[in-house]
Design a protein around this ligand. Structure first.
Ligand code: FES
Ligand SMILES: [Fe+2]
Length: 366
């Protein structure tokens, strides 16, 4: 994070860094293809043969649960003539991964085990295998790293400035997904990260949320007097929801009505609320387009209890999301202008500054 030539401000990203396809490609190779990226939940890979397909940087990845019950992940590409193996998103199941082109099939450990019209002796199958990717799990959340020499996931999470490991007390892995929303946002992924990293916009953009979490009205994301980076709900409020009388159980370790949020560099947000957790992921498509997937997780007894009305909670959070997406798209239109050169951060945007610092280290730009 460089000091700007304007007293009291730090420089953020330039017009090119928000719009250039070349810089976008560099970000994918230096960040998304070298850092641990969130791809889904481990309850999507419960049984042997379950599979999950995810886009990471410019690559497609397939993750599976193998016959020993372990997680494995591979580049989603056949070693015969390069067909993509599994469809580009979603989950599925199979005892083997079979290419839809000429039916070469691979074991869940990635080895070539079958090729139709060829008997075993016709060519040497030893050494033909899917290209592996690192995969690991934390709190029921799955992360992959295309760099197989990467540091362990747990070390990486422990090193992040946003301290996601502090969230282990909420036992996110015990929660179940009840709803997933997918939004196509016409904004650079960094615009979304910067927006998430500050609350200067909250009083203007999120009036309903500010009524529920009063500190947000002040432009701060957390309360100075709290050491746990939390923010208390207003008196009488018990949930981030249009309804305050839902009688939903509180999450583990939620001994008062508070919210906590963490950006997990580069592609994930975790928002812990009194009654649920929202896990969002940014999937960058181009310099000007990002897919945002948000999963809403609730305690298992709530997820399987249809009489509990979750709509007020889901609708409230979706409203806040849409407010953020609208301002992010507005920013994207602005930063494409000839009149825009360089973004700035004030002292109150310190977490956005930390993001810029990590980005500059990874992309070796300064
Ligand atoms: S490309 Fe996959 S079997 Fe031919
Ligand atoms: Fe916001």
């Amino acid at each position: 994070m460089a000091k700007s030539n304007i007293e009291g401000l730090r420089t953020s990203f330039t017009r090119d860094e928000y719009t250039s396809p070349e810089i976008f490609a560099l970000e994918m190779s230096h960040i998304y293809e070298q850092r641990w990226c969130y791809v889904g939940r481990s309850d999507q890979l419960v049984h042997i043969g379950d599979r999950l397909v995810a886009d990471v940087g410019t690559e497609s990845i397939v993750a599976v649960r193998n016959r020993d019950g372990e997680l494995r992940a591979y580049f989603n590409v056949c070693q015969h003539r390069g067909s993509q193996l599994c469809d580009s998103s979603g989950s599925g199941h199979g005892a083997a991964i079979t290419c839809p082109y000429h039916s070469w099939s691979y074991s869940l450990d990635g080895k070539l085990v079958g090729a139709i019209h060829h008997d075993k002796e016709s060519f040497n199958r030893d050494g033909i295998a899917l290209s592996p990717v690192s995969i690991d799990e934390w709190q029921g959340l799955l992360f992959v790293n295309l760099d197989t020499k990467a540091e362990p996931l747990i070390d990486w999470l422990g090193s992040l400035y946003s301290k996601p490991r502090d969230f282990e007390k909420f036992e996110i892995g015990s929660l179940k997904s009840v709803h997933t929303s997918v939004d196509e946002v016409r904004a650079n992924w960094k615009v979304l990260v910067e927006n998430y990293s500050e609350c200067l916009h909250c009083s203007v953009v999120h009036p309903e949320l500010c009524e529920t979490v009063p500190v947000y009205k002040t432009g701060k994301t957390t309360q100075d007097e709290r050491s746990d980076w939390g923010a208390s709900l207003a008196k009488g409020k018990t949930a981030i929801s249009f309804a305050q009388d839902e009688n939903l159980p509180l999450l583990a370790s939620m001994d008062d009505y508070s919210v906590f949020g963490a950006y997990v560099y580069p592609n994930m947000l975790i928002d812990v609320m009194p009654t649920c957790v929202a896990v969002s992921t940014y999937i960058p498509r181009s310099a000007t387009h990002t897919t945002v997937v948000t999963d809403y997780l609730f305690p298992a007894e709530v997820a399987t209890n249809p009489p509990v009305d979750l709509k007020p909670t889901l609708d409230f959070n979706e409203m806040v999301n849409q407010q953020d997406f609208a301002v992010s798209e507005r920013v994207q239109r602005g930063v494409a202008s000839k009149a825009f050169g360089q973004a700035y951060h004030t002292e109150m945007e310190k977490y956005a500054q930390r993001f810029v610092k990590q980005y500059r280290q990874d992309t070796k730009t300064n």
